[in-house]
Ligand binder design. Structure first.
Ligand code: NOJ
Ligand code: CA
Length: 557
């Protein structure tokens, strides 16, 4: 790698002899869909050259690490989560040399890159599967999971439950069923086969060799199957993930593994494996709970989920998000809460898919910048490294006319010119149409307009990000939950190396009064967002609708 800068891990003025947080604890992540981001060669599809061209934009937002959605060669049945060749790029995106250029250009700006690693399954067009299905005697036969009995593993749930009736599909040619947790075009690899275990380590090694800073591990719960279980998070799966972690960190000690496992918080702990498994895990239940708290204007659901695990073991970190490229899942709440969430956030049946809703952040929150910023404020102040989904930083909308989850994967809206400045291609050649319905069309929502307006949503979010990054307590600090008698107010604090930041959120649409917990009333504080000084925090007794405060207080050691 050329010109690879050293990434400063340490916070400002660290006190001696205290463990420093790892880089990912203080990082802002940006989830980027290459096809949607910027089309540099005018063929209607975003590409790696386009990402390179827009790295300065990403840097300016305050991003430390880009997570690239799948970029490998694929028939695109599941937007690249069906990999045809793990060592080749999707031709529309560019070449491996373009990828090297992207890594270098990002590193030169102090931005890290992690890639999606699809471990659980390949495409049915992958050479391994084509061999495997060609005959039962083929040496690749056991690289996938075959059975004569489609009732095997019947306790395993169906993820794409709207379109799939079974996790087994009959293969006419070789007269057996094969196992797949997702679409039939995504056969599960058989991790009981040592050659598969090794092959996927080699894939990770290949990408580490190209300079990636880690991986977002797709669908990590499902690697192994065992009869009589839900085939999720089995001991064998954890053992393999530990092996992968060791393999990865031997090659790049700073590389991070960020796992996708939609599990209750306590079950998630296992994936951190006392420091030996994944360093990061998405916190799906917190995402859903944030939407529940916003809809009910009550902090109670957030307190409940945060109490389950207040502080993670050293070195472990949540990846926290409000939205991503999939549906907003309502899986991890009670059936009554799920019904409430569906009715509240997805009243039109077309907005629903599988376990959740296929809408973007801004429409979900009524396109109200106060509510959206409030949601971001919880994300930026509660434990976890925020993962921002491309386009949500300017409040992009969605398009439910598009199938599956494509409605939240539309072209990035750079300006109000043709194709929203995303591409110079004829509009009929775009991989997906630009969102054209007001108030989310490019005339109302675009990067250029928001960058030139200092009061725009983009600039307000950028300010929150900058303040968070200047205070390592948000990334690494110990969490304490506090309560007031007012159920609409969330109060928590984060503490790190002498700084204590108390964050207050009014989740309701009405002004709210409250009394600070006694321990704080006499303390001096500075509002980090406005620089307002308070001689006594007890002076603060009221929050405006959706208002939040980030109050910094210093304690002596
Ligand atoms: C999770 C990904 O986020 C989703 O988009 C994909 O369809 C499945 N895994 C299968 O790879
Ligand atoms: Ca292109």
């Amino acid at each position: 790698m050329t010109n690879c800068p050293s990434f400063p891990d340490a916070p400002l003025n660290p006190l001696p002899n205290l463990p420093q947080p790892p880089w990912y604890a203080n990082a802002i992540f940006y989830e980027l869909y290459v096809r949607a981001f910027y089309d540099a060669n005018g063929d209607g599809q975003g590409d790696l050259a386009g990402v390179i061209a827009r790295l300065d934009y990403i840097k300016e937002l305050g991003v430390d690490c880009i997570w690239l959605l799948p970029i490998c060669d694929s028939p695109l049945v599941d937007d690249g989560y069906d990999v045809r060749d793990y060592r080749k790029l999707l031709p529309e995106y560019g070449t491996i040399n373009d990828f090297r250029r992207l890594v270098d250009a990002a590193h030169q700006r102090g931005i890290r890159i992690i890639c999606d690693l699809v471990l659980n399954h390949s495409s049915d067009q992958h050479e391994w599967f084509m061999q495997s299905r060609s005959s039962r005697a083929n040496p690749y036969r056991d690289w996938y999971v075959w059975s004569d009995d489609p009732n095997k593993y019947k306790e395993a749930g169906i993820v794409f439950k709207d379109t799939q009736a079974s996790n087994w599909t009959w293969d006419e040619g070789s007269q057996q069923y094969y196992w797949h947790r997702f679409y039939p075009q995504q056969p599960d690899l058989n991790y009981d086969h040592p050659a598969v275990q090794q092959a996927m380590l080699d894939v990770a090694g290949y990408w580490l060799g190209l300079g990636v800073d880690g991986f977002r591990l797709d669908a990590v719960t499902y690697l192994y199957e065992r009869e009589g279980t839900k085939c999720e998070g089995l001991p064998e799966t954890h053992a393999y993930l530990k092996r992968l972690r060791q393999f990865v960190n031997e090659r790049n000690p700073a590389a991070v593994l960020l796992g996708e496992a939609n599990q209750p918080p306590i079950a998630s702990l296992e994936y951190f494996g006392d420091g030996g498994e994944l360093q990061m895990l998405f916190n799906f239940p917190r995402m859903t709970t944030t939407f529940l708290a916003l809809a009910t204007e009550s902090a109670a659901p957030l307190y409940r989920i945060l109490r389950e695990i207040e502080n993670l073991p050293q070195g472990a970190q949540w990846g926290t998000m409000l939205r991503n490229h999939d549906e907003l899942t309502f899986e991890m709440v009670s059936p009554a809460e799920r019904e409430f969430l569906f009715n509240y956030y997805a009243p039109d049946p077309r907005q629903r898919i599988n376990w959740g809703t296929r809408r973007r952040l801004a429409p979900l929150l009524g396109n109200d910048p106060r509510r959206i910023l409030l949601a971001y404020s919880t994300l930026l102040t509660l434990p976890g490294s925020p993962v921002i989904y491309y386009g949500d930083e300017i409040g992009m909308g969605d398009d439910i006319a598009l199938p599956d989850r494509n409605g939240v994967r539309t072209p990035m809206q750079w300006d109000d010119t043709a194709n929203a400045g995303f591409s110079t291609a004829d509009p009929t050649r775009l991989y997906a149409p630009v969102v054209n319905e007001p108030p989310y069309d490019p005339a109302h929502v675009n990067v250029a307009a928001q960058q030139s307006d200092p009061y725009s949503f983009y600039h307000q979010l950028r300010h929150l990000i900058a303040v968070r990054k200047a205070h390592p307590a948000f990334g690494a600090g110990r969490l304490t939950l506090h309560e007031t008698a007012n159920p609409a107010i969330l109060v928590h604090s984060r503490e790190w190396q002498g700084e204590r930041i108390v964050a207050l959120h009014n989740l309701s649409a009405q002004p709210q009064t409250f009394t600070f917990p006694a321990e704080f009333t006499a303390m001096v504080a500075t509002d980090l967002l406005t620089n307002t000084e308070y001689k006594e925090m007890g002076e603060i007794t009221r929050l405006e609708p959706y208002q939040y405060l980030w109050l910094s207080t210093w304690t002596s050691h």
